[in-house]
Design a protein around this ligand. Structure first.
Ligand code: DAH
Length: 345
C-alpha cells in the first residue's frame, strides 16, 4: 500500500510538472484528487489494510494529498503568469533546419541615389548634402528670385515658425536642391563639380506628389564652361544610367537662376525615339537645367566675367521611374511600409 501511494505521488507530480495549460492541469487534478480520483480511491481503500498500520498509512496518504494540492496550486500560478507574459514553453528540436532571418535591402530610392552618385563620381563630381531646414536666402533670394516673386508660392514652400534671420530671411524646408548651389560656391573655389542629392519638401500630397521627395542637383563652375559641357554631361548621364543607345536633348525654358534655361529630355527607351504610347513624341521629360545666372554666381562670391557654370536639377523619383519604365499609381506608396510593393525592387 505504501509503495502504491508513493507511485501515485510520483506519477502525479510528474504530470503536474509537465502540464502545458490549465485545462490539462485540471484534468490531472481531477484524475488524482477528484471524487473518483486515484488517490481518493486509494484513501477509501485504507479500510482494507490491517488496523495497526492504518494511522501510519493514513498519515502518508494525507501528506501526499496535501503535497499534490500545493503542487497543483503552484503550477496553476506559474501557468497564469506564463499566459500573461506569453512565454510559451517550447521544446527545442535541434535537428530542425534553422529559421533564416529575413534579409532586407536598400530602398529603391537609395539604390538609385547610389547608382547616380557612382556615375557622376566617375567624371569628377563630388557628392554633397546641404541643410534641409534652410534660409530663404539660399533657397530663393540668392538664386535670383526677386522679393515677392510668386515662385515662393509656386514651389509650395513650407515655412518654419521662427524669427526670420536679419540677413537670410525666413527659415524654410528647402523645396529644391538648388539651395546647395550657393552653399557650394561659398564653401570652395572653382573648379566646382557638385552633385547635391538631398530631401526636398513641398506642400503637396497626391498620387503624383509626396510632401518629401528627393532631388539631384549638379553644379559645375569654372573658367570657360559652356553649353557644350552641359550637353556632354547630359548625354553621358543618359548613356550611363539609361543605356548606351539613349540620348539627351535640351529645350528652351525659364528658370530664375539659369540663363539660358532648358528642360532636359531623354530619348524613349521603348520606341528608340520614334514615338510611342509611353512617350508620345520619342522623348521623356527629365527636369531642368541651364547656364548659371550671373547674379547667382555673384551671390556665390564669383565674378561672372571670370567664371561661368551650368546646373541641372531633377527629381530622383522621376529619374528612377523613367529607368524602370514604371508608372507608380500612387507615388506615396514609395514612402509607405507596403512591403509587397517595396520588396519587388
Ligand atoms: N530647382 C528646380 C526645381 O525644383 C529645378 C532646376 C531647374 C534645377 C534648372 C537647376 C536648373 O539646377 O538649372 O524645379
Amino acid at each position: 500500500m505504501e509503495e502504491e501511494l508513493l507511485k501515485i505521488k510520483n506519477d502525479a507530480s510528474t504530470l503536474i510538472f509537465e502540464a502545458e495549460d490549465t485545462d490539462e492541469l485540471n484534468k490531472i487534478k481531477l484524475s488524482f484528487l477528484g471524487k473518483k480520483g486515484i488517490l481518493t480511491f486509494a484513501i477509501k481503500n485504507l479500510s482494507k489494510i490491517p488496523i495497526e498500520r492504518r494511522p501510519e498509512i493514513g498519515k502518508l496518504a494525507n501528506e501526499i494529498k496535501n503535497t499534490l494540492e500545493i503542487l497543483v496550486e503552484d503550477k496553476e500560478k506559474a501557468l497564469n503568469i506564463q499566459k500573461e507574459t506569453k512565454i510559451e514553453k517550447k521544446h527545442i528540436d535541434v535537428t530542425l533546419p534553422g529559421i533564416k532571418p529575413q534579409l532586407g535591402h536598400l530602398h529603391l530610392v537609395t539604390q538609385a541615389i547610389e547608382e547616380i552618385t557612382a556615375i557622376f563620381e566617375k567624371i569628377g563630381f563630388e557628392r554633397v548634402r546641404y541643410p534641409e531646414a534652410e534660409w530663404d536666402w539660399y533657397g530663393f533670394t540668392a538664386l535670383n528670385f526677386p522679393e515677392n516673386h510668386p515662385a515662393r508660392d509656386e514651389w509650395e514652400t513650407f515655412f518654419i515658425d521662427r524669427k526670420p534671420h536679419p540677413k537670410y530671411g525666413p527659415m524654410i524646408l528647402t523645396p529644391h536642391t538648388s539651395s546647395g548651389q550657393i552653399r557650394e560656391m561659398e564653401r570652395r573655389k572653382p573648379p566646382i563639380r557638385m552633385l547635391n542629392i538631398a530631401k526636398c519638401y513641398r506642400r503637396q500630397s497626391d498620387v503624383s506628389h509626396t510632401p518629401m521627395f528627393h532631388q539631384m542637383e549638379g553644379l559645375v563652375v569654372n573658367k570657360n564652361i559652356s553649353i557644350n559641357h552641359l550637353k556632354g554631361t547630359l548625354d553621358y548621364f543618359a548613356r550611363s544610367y539609361y543605356g548606351e543607345e539613349r540620348k539627351a536633348r535640351i529645350r528652351p525654358y525659364h528658370f530664375q537662376f539659369t540663363e539660358p534655361s532648358f528642360e532636359v529630355d531623354i530619348s524613349c527607351g521603348v520606341c528608340k525615339g520614334k514615338g510611342c504610347k509611353l512617350c508620345k513624341e520619342g522623348w521623356l521629360e527629365l527636369g531642368g537645367a541651364g547656364m548659371v545666372h550671373p547674379n547667382v554666381l555673384k551671390n556665390g562670391g564669383f565674378d561672372p566675367k571670370e567664371y561661368t557654370g551650368f546646373a541641372f536639377g531633377w527629381g530622383i523619383e522621376r529619374v528612377l521611374m523613367m529607368k524602370e519604365g514604371i508608372e507608380i499609381d500612387d507615388l506615396r506608396t514609395l514612402y509607405s511600409t507596403n512591403l509587397d510593393f517595396l520588396e519587388q525592387f
